[in-house]
Design a protein around this ligand. Sequence first.
Ligand code: F6P
Length: 414
Amino acid sequence: MAKDKTGKKPAAGKPADPKTAARSGKASAPVLTRFGVIPPSSRDIKRIGVLTGGGDCPGLNGVIRAVVKTAVEVYRWEAVGFEDGFEGMIMPGKHRPLDPEAVSGILYRGGTILGSTNRGNPFAFPVTKNGKTEPMDCSGNVLDAYRRLGLDCLLVIGGDGTLKIAERLMKERGLKVVGVPKTIDNDLSATDQTFGFDTAVRTATEAIDKLHTTAESHHRIMFVEVMGRDAGWIALMAGMAGGAHAILIPEIPYNITKLIEKIRQREELGHKSSIVVVAEGARPVGGGVSFIRSANPPFDLVRLGGAAQRVADEIERLTGRETRVTVLGHIQRGGTPTSFDRNLATRFGVAAVHAAARGDSGHMVALRGTEIVTVPLAKAVGRQKFVDPQGELVYSARAVGVDFCSPDSSGCGG
Ligand code: F6P
């Protein structure tokens, strides 16, 4: 890794100190260009690969675009894109060269031009023989593709599961990898925020805004189910922004009696309608999550769903009040990324290429405060970030009357 004149590694988004390059005339010295400084280690790289794995999210195309533009235009490398995650490295004919023209006009588009899958773990790749699907270790095929295509680094854009695979490929198969974290769930502890989250929150907030008016017209209790798996970030942030009256999140198991109390208190104040945001992973005290399909390891995780309907049914049964349920589902994953997500995606993509250029294999780019940094994958994967029930966000929401329906709360704002 290139060091600056202070002996420190440069920040992830920045190359080394220009003055060092200018002073030193040696062949191995960083080269000053109109883009900044090119670290000497970058000259060992001729070609990089890029793929997107796991569930899609708005902003993936922004990362791909930034990776390709930086790799080709700043470093003069070649870039190869793999289709449908690691599957593109295992199956023949699923890769293609990427140049700036190939990534032109995609910044504002949701999804991923490379395609993605959450069933493509090369260490447990689904192979069907005689009508039976079994997991097979195809990580050797990934290494073969890496060597055959002359890659010097693989940029892996994915959530926790995909980044774990990237780390394993580095440790067990010797690939050079740099990770870029994505998920609408915002539940990766190593980064302050993932791209895609802001867009999902905007989508959910818009839906809540719209439900307010129809709820008021019909004097109904409206429930909105949002994604997030085991974390309540989307529910909390969209619920707060949308002026929800109660928010049920996985981190604070709910008590249905508390929700009934909240609805009654609102009625006493003359409000005949209420909006309740329910995270898909929300569960009652002492109860489990609601799911549509159980897990099918190693291929599929449990498919969550039904949390809002369960609460709505309970409210109708216990109070006789009319309820309606809106499940936002994959709408939260689609559509145009917000400007925040586009910029975070761009910064992550540029920083990932700089990390590869510096030889920072085994690292992931991350947002810390306002800075883009790199963190070792080993310290980043497998560590989820949850809403702190005692934290400032929950406190602020409670202060403005949001009820989390926690059993240990007394009255409004629990
Ligand atoms: O992790 C992102 C996420 O959208 C979760 O919020 C949700 O539970 C899950 O993916 C849905 O996955 P799938 O696309 O497999 O239905």
